[in-house]
Each structure stands twice: as C-alpha cells, then as structure tokens.
Write a protein that binds this ligand. Structure first.
Ligand SMILES: [Fe+2]
Ligand SMILES: [Fe+2]
Length: 172
C-alpha cells in the first residue's frame, strides 16, 4: 500500500473554525520532514523526504496565495507582500530541486538553503502575521471554510494527476 503522509495530514479534518491552526500544522510538518532529511545519511530516506518537502511546500504556498494572503492583505499589506516575495524565492529553489537528480550531491546544500529560507518565512508568519490576524475582527470561520474547499479541490486534482488520469485543470 502506498502511504501518503501529505494527503493524510488532515486526518483530524480541516480546522475550519481556526484555519491558522491548519497552516501551523503544515509548518510543523515541514519542519519534521526537514529534520528527517538532515538527520540521516540514508539516501533512500532522503529521496523520500525530499520530494515530500517539495510537494508539501507547493501545496501550502498555493493554499496561502489563493486564499489566506488575499483575505488578510488588508490587515498589513507590506507584511503580506514580503511573505509573497519570500514564496517567490522559495519557489525558485523548489523548481531547481525538482529538476535535479536526487542522487546529485548538491541536493543537500540546496535543501539546506531552502530550509533556512523556509524557517525564516515560517517565523515571520507565525510571529508577525498570524498575531495580527488573530487580533483582527476577521471572520476566520468563513475564511476557514474557503480554505478547506480550496485544499480539498487541490488534493483531489493531485490525486487524479498521480493516477495518470487526464488533468481537468484549465490553465491558470
Ligand atoms: Fe505558511
Ligand atoms: Fe507562507
């Protein structure tokens, strides 16, 4: 049986009443994956953890960019803009890593660069952006429902694609 830790990471369901919790859970999960990647010399473990890191980061960024950032942009436009440009920098590293042979010894250095960038980004979100959102009078439940819908759609599309079915995604 194929295990899908990323697809199964919402085993307790999406916390619609507190969507920031869903984002924090992803943050903790990606930190764990980086730990797994860097705490081993076992190439097989690295070659499993590496793609999981990249996929989780892509899904997480996509969720934030499509739903969360537009909704909270009004609360602190400068901070959200910084977060977006941090995503762009990470995206470039992710793109390069996806194109690399996983046995390439340079992967470790690039994953390290990615980890440093992501840890800093997570810190900015959790220590600067999330507190602003929590202190606002935003309807977090409405946002949570929107985020849950976006995510379940994205997971379904990825599942279809990984089964080799023709993609129904129209260019976006
Ligand atoms: Fe995040
Ligand atoms: Fe982010």
């Amino acid at each position: 049986m194929i295990t899908d830790p990323i697809g199964n990471r919402r085993s307790e369901g999406f916390p619609t009443s507190d969507p920031l919790q869903a984002l924090e859970k992803d943050h903790n999960f990606v930190k764990k994956l980086f730990e797994r990647y860097f705490s081993t010399q076992d190439q097989q473990v690295k070659q499993e953890a590496g793609p999981e890191i990249l996929q989780l980061l892509e899904m997480h960024s996509s969720l934030e960019e499509a739903t969360f950032y537009p909704a909270v942009q009004q609360l602190d436009a400068r901070l959200v803009e910084e977060c977006m440009s941090e995503h762009e920098q990470a995206d470039q590293l992710i793109h390069q890593l996806k194109g690399m042979d996983p046995s390439n010894p340079q992967c470790d250095a690039m994953f390290q660069q990615l980890r440093d960038a992501i840890l800093q980004h997570i810190d900015a979100e959790e220590k600067q952006l999330f507190p602003v959102v929590r202190q606002s009078n935003m309807d977090l439940e409405a946002l949570g429902i929107q985020m849950q819908a976006y995510e379940s759609n994205m997971v379904a599309t990825l599942a279809r694609e990984s089964q080799g079915a023709p993609s129904s995604r129209r260019g976006s």
